[in-house]
Design a protein around this ligand. Structure first.
Ligand code: TNX
Length: 547
Protein backbone atom coordinates (compact mmCIF):
# COMPACT_ATOMS: atom_id res chain seq x y z
CA UNK A 1 0.00 0.00 0.00
CA UNK A 2 1.37 3.39 -0.93
CA UNK A 3 1.41 5.87 1.84
CA UNK A 4 1.10 9.25 0.29
CA UNK A 5 2.42 12.41 1.82
CA UNK A 6 1.75 14.55 -1.19
CA UNK A 7 -0.59 17.42 -0.43
CA UNK A 8 -3.75 17.20 -2.49
CA UNK A 9 -7.40 18.15 -2.17
CA UNK A 10 -9.05 14.84 -2.98
CA UNK A 11 -11.71 13.13 -0.85
CA UNK A 12 -11.69 10.19 -0.47
CA UNK A 13 -7.92 10.13 -0.54
CA UNK A 14 -6.68 7.96 -3.41
CA UNK A 15 -4.51 4.92 -2.83
CA UNK A 16 -1.56 6.71 -4.39
CA UNK A 17 -0.82 10.32 -5.38
CA UNK A 18 2.63 11.15 -6.69
CA UNK A 19 3.76 14.57 -7.78
CA UNK A 20 5.38 14.77 -11.20
CA UNK A 21 7.92 17.41 -12.23
CA UNK A 22 6.70 20.08 -14.60
CA UNK A 23 4.60 23.14 -15.12
CA UNK A 24 0.91 23.36 -14.18
CA UNK A 25 -1.34 22.04 -16.94
CA UNK A 26 -3.94 24.49 -18.17
CA UNK A 27 -7.54 23.45 -18.60
CA UNK A 28 -10.12 25.89 -19.82
CA UNK A 29 -13.75 26.14 -20.71
CA UNK A 30 -14.19 24.91 -24.26
CA UNK A 31 -11.41 22.30 -24.03
CA UNK A 32 -12.31 18.83 -25.28
CA UNK A 33 -13.13 15.78 -23.22
CA UNK A 34 -11.95 13.11 -25.64
CA UNK A 35 -12.93 9.46 -25.76
CA UNK A 36 -12.81 6.76 -28.38
CA UNK A 37 -14.92 3.97 -26.95
CA UNK A 38 -18.67 4.57 -27.50
CA UNK A 39 -19.32 3.05 -24.07
CA UNK A 40 -17.93 6.29 -22.63
CA UNK A 41 -20.19 8.67 -24.56
CA UNK A 42 -23.07 9.10 -22.13
CA UNK A 43 -20.77 9.00 -19.12
CA UNK A 44 -18.64 11.79 -20.61
CA UNK A 45 -21.67 13.97 -21.30
CA UNK A 46 -23.12 13.51 -17.82
CA UNK A 47 -19.83 14.18 -16.11
CA UNK A 48 -19.15 17.30 -18.17
CA UNK A 49 -22.55 18.64 -17.07
CA UNK A 50 -21.79 17.95 -13.43
CA UNK A 51 -18.31 19.44 -13.73
CA UNK A 52 -19.79 22.67 -15.06
CA UNK A 53 -22.25 22.77 -12.16
CA UNK A 54 -19.55 22.11 -9.58
CA UNK A 55 -16.72 24.24 -10.94
CA UNK A 56 -17.91 26.48 -13.76
CA UNK A 57 -15.46 24.83 -16.16
CA UNK A 58 -17.24 23.55 -19.27
CA UNK A 59 -15.50 20.77 -21.21
CA UNK A 60 -16.84 19.49 -24.54
CA UNK A 61 -17.20 15.75 -24.98
CA UNK A 62 -15.95 14.65 -28.41
CA UNK A 63 -15.42 11.22 -29.90
CA UNK A 64 -12.12 10.63 -31.67
CA UNK A 65 -11.10 14.23 -31.31
CA UNK A 66 -7.54 14.99 -32.34
CA UNK A 67 -5.06 17.59 -31.22
CA UNK A 68 -3.70 18.34 -27.79
CA UNK A 69 -5.19 19.82 -24.67
CA UNK A 70 -8.20 18.93 -22.64
CA UNK A 71 -8.89 15.59 -21.04
CA UNK A 72 -8.59 12.12 -22.58
CA UNK A 73 -10.42 9.13 -21.16
CA UNK A 74 -9.56 5.59 -22.23
CA UNK A 75 -10.68 2.05 -21.64
CA UNK A 76 -7.70 -0.28 -21.77
CA UNK A 77 -7.15 -3.97 -21.19
CA UNK A 78 -3.38 -3.71 -21.00
CA UNK A 79 -2.43 -4.58 -17.43
CA UNK A 80 0.86 -2.74 -17.79
CA UNK A 81 -0.94 0.61 -18.09
CA UNK A 82 -3.51 -0.08 -15.40
CA UNK A 83 -2.73 0.31 -11.74
CA UNK A 84 -1.93 -3.01 -10.08
CA UNK A 85 -5.02 -4.77 -8.81
CA UNK A 86 -5.46 -3.93 -5.16
CA UNK A 87 -7.19 -5.74 -2.39
CA UNK A 88 -10.68 -4.42 -2.52
CA UNK A 89 -12.70 -6.07 0.24
CA UNK A 90 -16.37 -6.69 0.62
CA UNK A 91 -19.31 -7.21 -1.66
CA UNK A 92 -19.97 -5.40 -4.90
CA UNK A 93 -23.50 -3.97 -4.67
CA UNK A 94 -24.06 -4.22 -8.41
CA UNK A 95 -22.77 -7.76 -8.61
CA UNK A 96 -19.89 -6.46 -10.72
CA UNK A 97 -16.15 -6.86 -10.37
CA UNK A 98 -14.75 -4.47 -7.73
CA UNK A 99 -11.50 -4.14 -9.66
CA UNK A 100 -13.49 -2.36 -12.39
CA UNK A 101 -13.25 0.71 -10.15
CA UNK A 102 -9.50 1.08 -10.33
CA UNK A 103 -8.07 3.84 -12.46
CA UNK A 104 -5.00 5.86 -13.28
CA UNK A 105 -5.15 9.63 -13.74
CA UNK A 106 -2.16 11.52 -15.09
CA UNK A 107 -1.78 15.27 -15.26
CA UNK A 108 1.38 15.96 -17.21
CA UNK A 109 3.07 17.48 -20.23
CA UNK A 110 0.70 15.53 -22.52
CA UNK A 111 -2.40 16.85 -20.80
CA UNK A 112 -4.87 15.09 -18.56
CA UNK A 113 -5.27 11.40 -19.21
CA UNK A 114 -7.45 8.74 -17.58
CA UNK A 115 -7.15 5.00 -18.06
CA UNK A 116 -9.31 2.29 -16.55
CA UNK A 117 -10.43 -1.20 -17.47
CA UNK A 118 -14.15 -0.36 -17.29
CA UNK A 119 -16.44 2.68 -17.54
CA UNK A 120 -16.89 2.58 -13.76
CA UNK A 121 -13.17 3.16 -13.27
CA UNK A 122 -13.27 6.09 -15.68
CA UNK A 123 -16.17 7.55 -13.72
CA UNK A 124 -14.27 7.26 -10.42
CA UNK A 125 -11.24 8.93 -12.03
CA UNK A 126 -13.38 11.78 -13.28
CA UNK A 127 -14.79 12.38 -9.80
CA UNK A 128 -11.19 12.76 -8.63
CA UNK A 129 -10.45 15.14 -11.49
CA UNK A 130 -13.57 17.21 -10.74
CA UNK A 131 -12.30 17.82 -7.21
CA UNK A 132 -8.86 18.82 -8.50
CA UNK A 133 -10.49 21.24 -10.94
CA UNK A 134 -12.85 22.52 -8.24
CA UNK A 135 -9.99 23.35 -5.88
CA UNK A 136 -8.00 25.00 -8.68
CA UNK A 137 -11.00 26.99 -9.87
CA UNK A 138 -11.67 28.26 -6.37
CA UNK A 139 -8.03 29.32 -6.06
CA UNK A 140 -8.27 31.12 -9.41
CA UNK A 141 -11.27 33.17 -8.24
CA UNK A 142 -14.92 33.28 -9.05
CA UNK A 143 -15.98 32.62 -12.61
CA UNK A 144 -12.53 31.53 -13.69
CA UNK A 145 -12.76 30.02 -17.16
CA UNK A 146 -9.32 28.44 -16.89
CA UNK A 147 -7.43 26.55 -14.22
CA UNK A 148 -3.87 25.31 -13.78
CA UNK A 149 -3.55 21.74 -12.49
CA UNK A 150 -0.37 20.63 -10.76
CA UNK A 151 1.28 17.71 -12.58
CA UNK A 152 0.50 14.55 -10.71
CA UNK A 153 0.01 10.85 -11.11
CA UNK A 154 -2.90 9.24 -9.27
CA UNK A 155 -3.55 5.54 -9.07
CA UNK A 156 -6.49 4.38 -7.13
CA UNK A 157 -8.92 1.65 -6.14
CA UNK A 158 -11.34 1.32 -3.22
CA UNK A 159 -10.73 -0.37 0.10
CA UNK A 160 -14.36 -1.55 0.25
CA UNK A 161 -16.56 -2.59 -2.63
CA UNK A 162 -19.80 -1.46 -0.88
CA UNK A 163 -19.92 2.23 0.06
CA UNK A 164 -23.41 3.36 0.90
CA UNK A 165 -25.88 5.76 2.39
CA UNK A 166 -29.06 4.50 3.98
CA UNK A 167 -31.67 7.20 3.49
CA UNK A 168 -34.93 7.38 5.42
CA UNK A 169 -37.53 8.69 2.96
CA UNK A 170 -40.37 7.76 5.31
CA UNK A 171 -40.12 10.08 8.30
CA UNK A 172 -39.84 12.88 5.76
CA UNK A 173 -40.81 12.06 2.21
CA UNK A 174 -38.08 12.99 -0.23
CA UNK A 175 -39.38 13.85 -3.71
CA UNK A 176 -37.49 12.36 -6.69
CA UNK A 177 -35.71 15.63 -7.54
CA UNK A 178 -34.16 15.71 -4.07
CA UNK A 179 -33.21 12.04 -4.24
CA UNK A 180 -31.43 12.81 -7.52
CA UNK A 181 -29.50 15.60 -5.79
CA UNK A 182 -28.43 13.13 -3.12
CA UNK A 183 -27.37 10.60 -5.77
CA UNK A 184 -25.27 13.27 -7.52
CA UNK A 185 -23.56 14.12 -4.26
CA UNK A 186 -22.93 10.44 -3.45
CA UNK A 187 -21.34 9.92 -6.86
CA UNK A 188 -19.05 12.93 -6.35
CA UNK A 189 -17.58 11.17 -3.31
CA UNK A 190 -17.38 7.71 -4.90
CA UNK A 191 -20.27 6.16 -3.01
CA UNK A 192 -21.94 3.37 -4.92
CA UNK A 193 -25.04 2.43 -2.88
CA UNK A 194 -28.21 4.31 -2.10
CA UNK A 195 -30.11 2.18 0.41
CA UNK A 196 -33.66 3.53 0.42
CA UNK A 197 -35.61 2.96 3.62
CA UNK A 198 -39.00 2.81 1.90
CA UNK A 199 -41.38 1.68 4.63
CA UNK A 200 -41.79 2.38 8.31
CA UNK A 201 -44.43 3.16 10.90
CA UNK A 202 -45.06 6.64 9.51
CA UNK A 203 -45.34 5.83 5.83
CA UNK A 204 -45.12 3.53 2.84
CA UNK A 205 -43.26 5.07 -0.10
CA UNK A 206 -43.26 2.56 -2.98
CA UNK A 207 -46.29 1.63 -5.03
CA UNK A 208 -46.96 -2.14 -4.87
CA UNK A 209 -49.22 -3.51 -7.63
CA UNK A 210 -52.16 -5.37 -6.13
CA UNK A 211 -51.84 -3.55 -2.79
CA UNK A 212 -52.88 0.01 -3.72
CA UNK A 213 -53.81 1.05 -0.19
CA UNK A 214 -50.21 0.76 0.95
CA UNK A 215 -49.48 4.00 -0.83
CA UNK A 216 -53.00 5.50 -0.99
CA UNK A 217 -53.40 5.29 2.77
CA UNK A 218 -49.94 4.35 4.00
CA UNK A 219 -48.30 7.04 1.88
CA UNK A 220 -50.50 9.89 3.06
CA UNK A 221 -48.44 11.22 5.91
CA UNK A 222 -45.02 11.32 7.50
CA UNK A 223 -43.78 12.35 10.94
CA UNK A 224 -46.08 14.90 12.57
CA UNK A 225 -47.99 16.93 10.03
CA UNK A 226 -45.38 16.76 7.29
CA UNK A 227 -46.73 16.00 3.85
CA UNK A 228 -46.66 12.41 2.68
CA UNK A 229 -45.87 11.06 -0.74
CA UNK A 230 -44.71 7.97 -2.53
CA UNK A 231 -42.87 6.84 -5.65
CA UNK A 232 -44.94 5.39 -8.48
CA UNK A 233 -43.40 2.34 -10.14
CA UNK A 234 -42.27 4.54 -12.98
CA UNK A 235 -40.75 7.24 -10.77
CA UNK A 236 -38.95 4.57 -8.82
CA UNK A 237 -37.62 2.91 -11.98
CA UNK A 238 -36.35 6.30 -13.14
CA UNK A 239 -34.52 6.85 -9.85
CA UNK A 240 -32.94 3.41 -10.10
CA UNK A 241 -31.80 4.20 -13.63
CA UNK A 242 -30.57 7.70 -12.72
CA UNK A 243 -28.49 6.16 -9.95
CA UNK A 244 -27.14 3.36 -12.16
CA UNK A 245 -26.00 5.91 -14.73
CA UNK A 246 -23.83 7.32 -11.95
CA UNK A 247 -22.63 3.88 -10.83
CA UNK A 248 -24.82 3.95 -7.73
CA UNK A 249 -26.93 0.87 -7.00
CA UNK A 250 -30.27 1.37 -5.26
CA UNK A 251 -30.88 -1.17 -2.50
CA UNK A 252 -34.55 -0.96 -1.46
CA UNK A 253 -35.59 -1.71 2.11
CA UNK A 254 -38.96 -2.93 3.28
CA UNK A 255 -38.73 -2.81 7.05
CA UNK A 256 -40.39 -5.87 8.64
CA UNK A 257 -41.69 -7.39 10.92
CA UNK A 258 -41.50 -4.30 13.18
CA UNK A 259 -41.78 -0.72 11.95
CA UNK A 260 -44.88 -1.83 10.04
CA UNK A 261 -47.63 0.47 11.35
CA UNK A 262 -48.20 2.06 7.92
CA UNK A 263 -49.02 -1.37 6.47
CA UNK A 264 -51.41 -2.12 9.36
CA UNK A 265 -53.10 1.21 8.81
CA UNK A 266 -53.49 0.51 5.09
CA UNK A 267 -54.98 -2.95 5.54
CA UNK A 268 -56.59 -3.10 8.97
CA UNK A 269 -57.85 -6.54 9.89
CA UNK A 270 -55.82 -8.27 7.22
CA UNK A 271 -52.32 -8.38 8.63
CA UNK A 272 -52.91 -9.97 11.97
CA UNK A 273 -54.42 -13.07 13.38
CA UNK A 274 -55.18 -10.99 16.43
CA UNK A 275 -58.15 -8.65 16.61
CA UNK A 276 -58.15 -5.72 14.26
CA UNK A 277 -55.53 -3.40 15.67
CA UNK A 278 -56.13 0.18 16.52
CA UNK A 279 -53.75 2.18 14.35
CA UNK A 280 -50.51 2.76 16.20
CA UNK A 281 -51.22 0.23 18.95
CA UNK A 282 -50.04 -3.36 19.37
CA UNK A 283 -49.91 -5.77 17.69
CA UNK A 284 -47.67 -3.84 15.36
CA UNK A 285 -45.41 -6.63 14.23
CA UNK A 286 -46.18 -8.88 11.28
CA UNK A 287 -47.23 -12.36 12.33
CA UNK A 288 -45.21 -15.18 10.71
CA UNK A 289 -47.87 -17.74 11.60
CA UNK A 290 -50.68 -15.96 9.83
CA UNK A 291 -51.09 -17.17 6.26
CA UNK A 292 -52.72 -13.98 5.00
CA UNK A 293 -49.93 -11.87 6.48
CA UNK A 294 -47.21 -13.97 4.91
CA UNK A 295 -48.98 -13.88 1.56
CA UNK A 296 -48.90 -10.09 1.85
CA UNK A 297 -45.20 -10.22 2.68
CA UNK A 298 -44.52 -12.46 -0.31
CA UNK A 299 -46.34 -10.07 -2.66
CA UNK A 300 -44.33 -7.14 -1.33
CA UNK A 301 -40.98 -8.94 -1.46
CA UNK A 302 -41.55 -10.19 -4.99
CA UNK A 303 -42.70 -6.79 -6.15
CA UNK A 304 -39.71 -5.00 -4.63
CA UNK A 305 -37.38 -7.63 -6.08
CA UNK A 306 -38.99 -7.05 -9.47
CA UNK A 307 -38.21 -3.33 -9.25
CA UNK A 308 -34.56 -4.08 -8.42
CA UNK A 309 -32.00 -4.80 -11.12
CA UNK A 310 -29.27 -5.20 -8.51
CA UNK A 311 -28.67 -8.45 -6.63
CA UNK A 312 -29.66 -7.21 -3.14
CA UNK A 313 -32.82 -6.24 -1.30
CA UNK A 314 -33.08 -5.23 2.36
CA UNK A 315 -35.69 -6.91 4.50
CA UNK A 316 -35.34 -4.73 7.60
CA UNK A 317 -35.55 -6.73 10.81
CA UNK A 318 -34.72 -4.00 13.33
CA UNK A 319 -36.52 -3.21 16.56
CA UNK A 320 -39.39 -5.69 16.44
CA UNK A 321 -40.19 -4.58 19.96
CA UNK A 322 -42.52 -6.74 21.95
CA UNK A 323 -42.34 -9.65 19.52
CA UNK A 324 -41.79 -13.11 20.86
CA UNK A 325 -38.27 -14.25 19.95
CA UNK A 326 -39.33 -17.52 18.40
CA UNK A 327 -41.93 -15.80 16.28
CA UNK A 328 -39.37 -13.18 15.24
CA UNK A 329 -37.04 -15.95 14.10
CA UNK A 330 -39.80 -17.62 12.11
CA UNK A 331 -40.56 -14.34 10.39
CA UNK A 332 -36.97 -13.54 9.51
CA UNK A 333 -36.30 -16.99 8.09
CA UNK A 334 -39.39 -16.81 5.89
CA UNK A 335 -38.61 -13.31 4.63
CA UNK A 336 -35.01 -14.36 3.96
CA UNK A 337 -36.25 -17.36 1.93
CA UNK A 338 -38.73 -15.18 0.01
CA UNK A 339 -35.97 -12.78 -0.99
CA UNK A 340 -33.80 -15.66 -2.19
CA UNK A 341 -36.69 -17.26 -4.05
CA UNK A 342 -37.23 -13.94 -5.79
CA UNK A 343 -33.60 -14.13 -6.93
CA UNK A 344 -32.19 -11.60 -4.47
CA UNK A 345 -29.59 -11.80 -1.77
CA UNK A 346 -30.96 -10.48 1.55
CA UNK A 347 -29.56 -7.63 3.61
CA UNK A 348 -30.98 -7.10 7.12
CA UNK A 349 -30.34 -5.10 10.28
CA UNK A 350 -28.22 -6.89 12.87
CA UNK A 351 -31.15 -8.14 14.98
CA UNK A 352 -31.98 -10.49 12.11
CA UNK A 353 -28.98 -12.58 13.14
CA UNK A 354 -31.16 -13.72 16.07
CA UNK A 355 -33.60 -15.22 13.64
CA UNK A 356 -30.93 -16.55 11.36
CA UNK A 357 -30.21 -14.65 8.16
CA UNK A 358 -28.42 -17.45 6.39
CA UNK A 359 -25.04 -17.87 4.77
CA UNK A 360 -24.24 -15.39 2.06
CA UNK A 361 -26.52 -12.73 3.50
CA UNK A 362 -25.44 -9.29 4.66
CA UNK A 363 -26.05 -8.21 8.24
CA UNK A 364 -26.00 -4.49 8.93
CA UNK A 365 -24.25 -3.77 12.21
CA UNK A 366 -25.45 -0.54 13.81
CA UNK A 367 -25.58 -0.99 17.60
CA UNK A 368 -21.92 -0.32 18.25
CA UNK A 369 -20.41 0.96 21.46
CA UNK A 370 -22.70 0.58 24.45
CA UNK A 371 -26.15 0.35 22.89
CA UNK A 372 -27.84 1.15 26.21
CA UNK A 373 -25.60 4.04 27.20
CA UNK A 374 -28.25 5.80 29.21
CA UNK A 375 -29.94 7.28 26.15
CA UNK A 376 -33.28 5.86 27.15
CA UNK A 377 -32.99 7.34 30.64
CA UNK A 378 -33.03 10.77 29.05
CA UNK A 379 -35.82 10.07 26.59
CA UNK A 380 -38.52 11.84 28.60
CA UNK A 381 -36.42 14.95 29.08
CA UNK A 382 -36.05 15.20 25.30
CA UNK A 383 -39.79 14.97 24.78
CA UNK A 384 -39.92 11.28 23.85
CA UNK A 385 -42.91 9.87 25.60
CA UNK A 386 -42.13 6.16 25.66
CA UNK A 387 -44.52 4.00 27.75
CA UNK A 388 -42.72 2.06 30.52
CA UNK A 389 -43.56 -1.40 29.11
CA UNK A 390 -42.16 -0.29 25.75
CA UNK A 391 -38.98 0.92 27.48
CA UNK A 392 -38.56 -2.55 28.99
CA UNK A 393 -38.99 -4.16 25.58
CA UNK A 394 -36.42 -1.82 24.05
CA UNK A 395 -33.94 -2.58 26.84
CA UNK A 396 -34.49 -6.31 26.39
CA UNK A 397 -33.73 -5.95 22.69
CA UNK A 398 -30.59 -3.91 23.36
CA UNK A 399 -29.35 -6.49 25.85
CA UNK A 400 -29.15 -8.98 22.99
CA UNK A 401 -27.18 -6.68 20.72
CA UNK A 402 -23.79 -7.87 21.96
CA UNK A 403 -24.37 -11.34 20.59
CA UNK A 404 -25.54 -10.27 17.14
CA UNK A 405 -22.14 -9.90 15.54
CA UNK A 406 -20.74 -13.33 16.54
CA UNK A 407 -24.08 -14.91 15.63
CA UNK A 408 -24.07 -13.31 12.18
CA UNK A 409 -20.45 -14.30 11.56
CA UNK A 410 -21.07 -17.86 12.70
CA UNK A 411 -23.99 -18.07 10.30
CA UNK A 412 -21.71 -17.09 7.43
CA UNK A 413 -23.12 -13.63 6.86
CA UNK A 414 -20.93 -10.66 6.02
CA UNK A 415 -21.07 -7.46 7.99
CA UNK A 416 -22.08 -4.10 6.60
CA UNK A 417 -20.78 -1.60 9.13
CA UNK A 418 -23.05 1.30 10.09
CA UNK A 419 -21.81 2.23 13.54
CA UNK A 420 -24.29 4.48 15.33
CA UNK A 421 -21.45 6.20 17.17
CA UNK A 422 -19.67 7.20 13.94
CA UNK A 423 -21.97 7.25 10.92
CA UNK A 424 -25.51 7.84 12.18
CA UNK A 425 -25.81 11.14 10.39
CA UNK A 426 -28.97 12.01 12.33
CA UNK A 427 -26.80 12.52 15.39
CA UNK A 428 -26.63 16.26 16.09
CA UNK A 429 -23.41 18.03 15.15
CA UNK A 430 -21.51 18.05 18.44
CA UNK A 431 -19.18 20.95 17.74
CA UNK A 432 -19.89 24.61 17.26
CA UNK A 433 -20.41 26.18 13.88
CA UNK A 434 -21.01 29.73 12.73
CA UNK A 435 -23.62 31.74 14.60
CA UNK A 436 -25.96 31.59 11.61
CA UNK A 437 -26.14 27.80 11.89
CA UNK A 438 -26.34 27.42 15.67
CA UNK A 439 -30.12 27.42 15.84
CA UNK A 440 -30.33 24.68 13.26
CA UNK A 441 -27.58 22.71 14.96
CA UNK A 442 -29.61 22.62 18.16
CA UNK A 443 -32.79 21.38 16.50
CA UNK A 444 -31.76 19.23 13.54
CA UNK A 445 -30.52 15.80 14.56
CA UNK A 446 -32.02 13.53 17.20
CA UNK A 447 -31.26 15.28 20.47
CA UNK A 448 -31.33 11.95 22.33
CA UNK A 449 -27.92 11.15 20.94
CA UNK A 450 -24.74 12.56 22.41
CA UNK A 451 -23.86 13.99 19.00
CA UNK A 452 -20.84 13.54 16.74
CA UNK A 453 -17.96 15.76 15.74
CA UNK A 454 -16.66 15.59 12.18
CA UNK A 455 -13.50 14.06 13.57
CA UNK A 456 -15.57 11.22 15.04
CA UNK A 457 -17.26 10.60 11.70
CA UNK A 458 -13.90 10.54 9.93
CA UNK A 459 -11.57 8.99 12.50
CA UNK A 460 -12.59 5.38 13.01
CA UNK A 461 -11.89 2.05 11.47
CA UNK A 462 -14.19 -0.84 10.57
CA UNK A 463 -11.65 -3.28 11.99
CA UNK A 464 -11.59 -1.54 15.37
CA UNK A 465 -15.33 -1.52 16.04
CA UNK A 466 -15.66 -4.80 17.90
CA UNK A 467 -13.34 -7.57 19.06
CA UNK A 468 -15.13 -10.04 16.77
CA UNK A 469 -14.38 -8.00 13.66
CA UNK A 470 -10.81 -8.99 12.98
CA UNK A 471 -10.53 -9.52 9.25
CA UNK A 472 -11.50 -7.60 6.13
CA UNK A 473 -12.95 -10.86 4.84
CA UNK A 474 -15.79 -10.50 7.36
CA UNK A 475 -16.81 -7.09 6.10
CA UNK A 476 -19.26 -6.37 3.27
CA UNK A 477 -18.65 -2.64 3.28
CA UNK A 478 -19.44 0.66 4.96
CA UNK A 479 -22.77 2.48 5.03
CA UNK A 480 -23.82 5.73 6.69
CA UNK A 481 -27.44 6.27 7.72
CA UNK A 482 -29.63 9.34 7.68
CA UNK A 483 -32.82 8.90 9.70
CA UNK A 484 -35.18 11.80 9.23
CA UNK A 485 -37.30 12.23 12.36
CA UNK A 486 -35.81 15.72 12.84
CA UNK A 487 -35.43 16.63 9.16
CA UNK A 488 -38.07 19.15 8.10
CA UNK A 489 -36.58 20.43 4.86
CA UNK A 490 -34.08 19.35 2.24
CA UNK A 491 -31.74 22.00 3.61
CA UNK A 492 -31.88 20.20 6.98
CA UNK A 493 -30.91 16.97 5.21
CA UNK A 494 -28.04 18.75 3.45
CA UNK A 495 -26.89 20.13 6.79
CA UNK A 496 -26.64 16.61 8.29
CA UNK A 497 -25.24 14.99 5.13
CA UNK A 498 -22.29 17.28 4.50
CA UNK A 499 -19.48 17.44 5.34
CA UNK A 500 -20.16 14.08 7.00
CA UNK A 501 -20.55 12.12 3.75
CA UNK A 502 -17.08 13.28 2.82
CA UNK A 503 -15.81 11.93 6.15
CA UNK A 504 -17.50 8.56 5.60
CA UNK A 505 -16.25 8.34 2.01
CA UNK A 506 -12.71 8.52 3.34
CA UNK A 507 -13.35 5.52 5.61
CA UNK A 508 -15.11 3.50 2.92
CA UNK A 509 -12.74 4.11 0.00
CA UNK A 510 -9.30 5.17 1.22
CA UNK A 511 -6.49 2.93 2.46
CA UNK A 512 -6.54 2.32 6.17
CA UNK A 513 -3.40 4.32 6.85
CA UNK A 514 -4.21 7.71 5.37
CA UNK A 515 -5.81 10.80 6.71
CA UNK A 516 -5.42 11.95 10.29
CA UNK A 517 -7.87 14.69 11.18
CA UNK A 518 -5.49 17.60 10.64
CA UNK A 519 -4.52 16.49 7.17
CA UNK A 520 -8.07 15.45 6.29
CA UNK A 521 -9.59 18.72 7.46
CA UNK A 522 -7.27 20.65 5.13
CA UNK A 523 -8.65 18.63 2.22
CA UNK A 524 -12.18 19.02 3.53
CA UNK A 525 -11.80 22.80 3.56
CA UNK A 526 -11.26 22.68 -0.21
CA UNK A 527 -14.73 21.22 -0.79
CA UNK A 528 -16.50 24.33 0.46
CA UNK A 529 -16.37 26.36 -2.77
CA UNK A 530 -18.12 23.57 -4.67
CA UNK A 531 -20.82 23.21 -2.00
CA UNK A 532 -21.36 26.96 -2.13
CA UNK A 533 -21.68 26.87 -5.91
CA UNK A 534 -24.18 24.03 -5.67
CA UNK A 535 -26.14 25.79 -2.93
CA UNK A 536 -25.58 22.78 -0.70
CA UNK A 537 -26.30 23.86 2.89
CA UNK A 538 -23.35 22.11 4.54
CA UNK A 539 -22.42 22.42 8.22
CA UNK A 540 -19.56 24.91 8.40
CA UNK A 541 -17.98 23.48 11.58
CA UNK A 542 -15.55 25.82 13.31
CA UNK A 543 -13.05 22.96 13.51
CA UNK A 544 -12.30 23.38 9.79
CA UNK A 545 -10.63 26.44 8.24
CA UNK A 546 -12.95 26.59 5.24
CA UNK A 547 -11.64 27.89 1.92
C1 TNX B 1 -33.18 3.32 15.16
S1 TNX B 1 -31.36 2.12 13.28
C2 TNX B 1 -33.85 2.91 14.03
C3 TNX B 1 -34.60 3.90 13.25
C4 TNX B 1 -34.57 5.26 13.86
C5 TNX B 1 -33.18 5.54 14.36
C6 TNX B 1 -32.95 6.92 14.84
C7 TNX B 1 -32.52 1.26 13.01
C8 TNX B 1 -32.23 0.06 12.28
N1 TNX B 1 -33.71 1.65 13.49
O1 TNX B 1 -35.92 3.46 13.05
O2 TNX B 1 -34.96 6.19 12.92
O3 TNX B 1 -32.88 4.62 15.37
O4 TNX B 1 -31.58 7.18 14.89
Amino acid sequence: MTRTRHAHAIIPSPAGVEPVAGEPVALRTGDPLRYRDPRLASLAARWADDLALCTGIGLHPVQDGTGGGGVEIHLVQDASVLPAPVDTHGISPSGGDPSDERYRLTVGARGVRVVAAAPEGVFRALSTLAQMIGAAAAAAGTDAAAVGLEPVEVHDAPRYAWRGLSLDVVRRFMPPAEVRDVIDELARFKFNVLHLHLTDNQGWRLEIPGLPKLTEIGGRGAVGDRPGGYYTRQEYAELVRYAAERFVTVVPEVDMPGHSAAAFAAYPGRLSSADTPIVGQPPMTLDPDDAQTMEFVRTVVESVAGATPGPHIHIGGDEAFGMDEEAYGRFVRQADAMARNAGKSPVAWQEASRGGVGAGGIVQYWMTGDPDAGMLDNAAEHGFDIPPEMLDQIRAGLAHARGDLPRALDAGARILVTPTDHVYLDQPHAEPGPEAQEQRRKTVGLQLYKGLTLEEVQGWDPLALAPELTSEAQIAGVEAALWCETVETFADAQFLLQPRLACVAERAWSPRSVGDWGEFSRRLAERAPTWRRLGWDFFRANSVRWS
